[in-house]
Design a protein around this ligand. Structure first.
Ligand code: BGC
Length: 437
């Protein structure tokens, strides 16, 4: 089966456009070209060629193989953590479960009632204040335990001892299904005293400090694994899980015999691997496609030199990449008559949601774009400026989609199944109008 067929099937038709772009060897400009000053020329380094994407695919494959091998894993950048998940659901699972989903600026607590082939679920989103994200681990886990206890009380299950699945969306060295050591924080978290520790134990200790609810952590897993598993519950061909949200990562089903870092005591033939592909490039492998904006985003981040692939794609950085390009073009006199604003020149002011909003607008209308620009202190922006700003947004989001698609293609080729469904989730995938269409 050709890579293209494989991918379009894999992505259930959702991503045909994006995949088609580079499989057929034509990376076309993402939208009708702006007529005005030469923004297009200046955006060239944000448009990846087919050759560059293929080079990325082969570098990623090499990085994954290095991560899977116990002799090379120590120096590997893409760590390929075995997840200890070796079976996929079959749709027959039943029961009442709690779930905790921690991975961005919000976290969710859920209660799920699984019955044969259908489910019911209640959930609540809680925020994680910035001072907790960068405070101590004890504060973080006390906050999570409090929200969990409140949620159980609100759902009348405070007196029950329920099994809990803990989705912890950070790189984790798993020692078993219920034990995982944080390898490193990503996505703006830096809570002290957690790196190298078992996060299940930290959660259990926080709950014990409260003493008002009983839970039993039955699994700790990455969000990519959760994404794959929940899709596999309905679709037996699902073999890859991708998250394009605040962060970006993928997991996939690998033959246990290819994972020499994993003891495989059960002798089962497959194991889900959390690739942590967001770290790709940390050793220089992406230098051939990094732009000045990517380098600036990286040097202004709290984890410099880390998660470079993730920083080129994910929602935490997408708006800032656009802003840096707009800032440069304004200073060069290519936008807004060379007249910027304090907001435009302030880090973080161009939110990723603006990229989605601007690209959601029908081509030829600029109402949303001009209102975003006015909100950024640029009421003097012209229609041509709006066309140009949209073009920059499209270059950045399209590049992110191409990078993820190249990653998906790499995994699909590696697995060698006849038919693969790819599960995709995350805020960028959900809210950006064309990220994977
Ligand atoms: C984390 C991954 C996670 C991804 C998506 C990354 O920053 O390292 O573990 O899967 O974000 O949430």
């Amino acid at each position: 089966m050709s890579l293209f067929q494989n991918l379009t099937e894999a992505l259930g038709g959702f991503s045909e456009g994006v995949i088609h772009y580079f499989i057929n060897g034509n990376v076309k400009p993402p939208c009708p070209l702006p007529k005005g000053p030469s923004i297009r020329e200046h955006c060239k380094d944000l448009v990846l060629t087919d050759d560059q994407l293929r080079e990325l695919m082969s570098k990623l494959l090499a990085a994954i193989n290095k991560g899977l091998n116990k002799d090379t894993n120590k120096d590997a950048i893409v760590k390929c953590f075995p997840t200890y998940v070796q079976d996929l659901p079959n749709g027959q699972e039943k029961g009442k479960f709690l779930a905790l989903d921690l991975g961005g600026t919000n976290f969710r607590v859920l209660i799920i009632y699984l019955e044969q082939n259908h489910f019911k679920m209640e959930s609540k989103v809680y925020s994680i204040p910035q001072d907790i994200m960068t405070g101590s681990g004890t504060q973080l886990f006390d906050h999570i335990a409090k929200c969990l206890a409140d949620f159980m009380r609100d759902n009348d299950v405070a007196s029950e001892r329920l099994p809990l699945g803990f989705t912890f969306s950070f790189p984790l060295t798993q020692i078993g299904l219920t034990k995982g050591l944080l390898a490193q924080w990503t996505k703006g978290f830096s809570c002290s005293g957690v790196q190298g520790e078992d996060v299940v134990r930290l959660l259990e200790e926080a709950l014990a400090r409260r003493g008002d609810v009983q839970i039993e952590v039955c699994a700790i897993l990455n969000d990519t694994t959760g994404c794959l598993m929940s899709c596999a519950w309905k679709n037996r061909h699902c073999r890859v899980g991708i998250i394009c949200g605040t962060g970006c990562n993928a997991c996939y089903v690998e033959k246990s015999e290819n994972v020499t870092t994993f003891p495989n005591d059960s002798g089962k033939p497959y194991c889900i691997i959390n690739t942590e592909w967001g770290a790709m490039g940390d050793g220089g492998a992406l230098d051939f496609i990094l732009t000045e904006y990517d380098k600036q985003v990286d040097s202004a981040s709290i984890n410099q030199g880390k998660q470079l692939f993730e920083k080129m794609i994910s929602g935490m950085y997408m708006g800032e990449i656009v802003r840096l390009a707009l800032q440069k073009f304004t200073k060069q006199g290519l936008l807004f008559n060379g007249q910027g604003s304090e907001q435009l020149f302030t880090k973080g002011s161009f939110l990723t949601k603006y990229v989605s909003e601007i690209e959601s607008e029908p081509k030829g209308t600029h109402t949303i774009c001009l209102s975003v620009l006015a909100g950024l202190g640029l009421p003097h922006a012209s229609e041509q400026d709006a066309i140009n700003v949209r073009y920059v947004c499209e270059c950045v989001s399209r590049r992110g989609a191409h990078l993820v698609s190249a990653g998906a293609a790499c995994l699909i080729n590696k697995m060698d199944f006849d038919h693969v469904t790819v599960a995709v989730d995350g805020s960028v995938y959900r809210f950006h109008p064309h990220f994977m269409i």
